[in-house]
Design a protein around this ligand. Structure first.
Ligand code: NAD
Length: 242
């Protein structure tokens, strides 16, 4: 069902984005792999070894014009855009008392403004096609809040409101828009946390383990294939928030 479809994955060089690119490729989709600064040497060939095409494109998706160039690159290479995965994200964790204006603005720009930029440009293509699937990476932190993450939680909660609005606005043209809200997934983003923090997070996970990027990627592929789920926030968190 995803064979020869086009999937854009933002922030696809590592972590969940990398796993998404590989999982969509396994399902037969051509990949437009966005990265901010660099990608591992073998990632494009690893994707193409699955029998699909992959175009890598460097862009800061928080920048409106660079996001447009990324979308134009996808169209010029593959003509359609069937799935957009807004995965790029950063953290700048600190307590509210210590959080400076730049810590707040930069996290909102990268995590939330990028979603506006990419959906704004991609939806024009999807509206003409009268089909498409948009998947935005939120977080359980956007649902439940978290100490030290006011900026990140605000960006991820913003993504939820944005997703529900886009879902309503685009539904009549056959375009779905959903958010994925992971709990604690083992990537570079969570590797930086201290063992003490990791232990206390683990205590709050009923399934008693951290998630894997591949598990999140499987959910994204499921949402891309399904045509009757829209406007939803799907937690994938071992039961952390329920
Ligand atoms: P990661 O740090 O491993 O990967 C994030 C990627 O985004 C990196 O490749 C980075 O270069 C890219 N990126 C950052 N800013 C960018 C920009 N302006 N333009 C283009 N690319 C940019 O993190 P991850 O854990 O793989 O997280 C992926 C997504 O999932 C993020 O949105 C994150 O907030 C979300 N998430 C992760 C977890 C987790 O536990 N790891 C939990 C909830 C949500």
């Amino acid at each position: 069902m995803l064979k020869e479809k086009t999937v854009i994955v933002t922030g696809g060089a590592k972590g969940i984005g990398r796993a998404m690119a590989l999982k969509f490729a396994e399902n037969g989709a051509n990949i437009v792999l966005n990265y901010r600064s660099s990608i591992p040497d073998d990632l494009i060939s690893e994707i193409e070894d699955k029998g699909v095409k992959c175009v890598a494109y460097q862009a800061d998706v928080s920048n409106f014009e660079q996001a447009l160039s990324l979308v134009e690159t996808a169209v010029s290479n593959f003509k359609t855009i069937d799935v957009l995965v807004n995965n790029a994200g950063i953290t700048k964790d600190t307590l509210l008392m210590r959080m400076n204006e730049n810590d707040f603005d930069s996290v909102l720009e990268v995590n939330l403004k990028s979603v506006f930029n990419m959906v704004k440009h991609t939806s024009k293509v999807m509206l003409k096609q009268k089909s498409g699937s948009i998947i935005n990476m939120s977080s359980v932190v956007g649902v439940a809040g978290n100490i030290g993450q006011a900026n990140y939680a605000a960006s991820k909660a913003g993504i939820i409101g944005f997703t529900k609005t886009a879902a309503r606005e685009l539904a009549s043209r056959g375009i779905t828009c959903n958010a994925i809200a992971p709990g604690f997934i083992q990537t570079a983003m969570t590797d930086v946390l201290s063992d003490k923090v990791k232990e206390s997070v683990l205590d709050g996970i009923p399934l008693k383990r951290f998630g894997k990027p591949e598990e999140v990627a499987e959910l994204a592929v499921f949402l891309a294939k399904n045509k009757y789920i829209t406007g939803q926030v799907i937690n994938i968190d071992g039961g952390m928030v329920m």
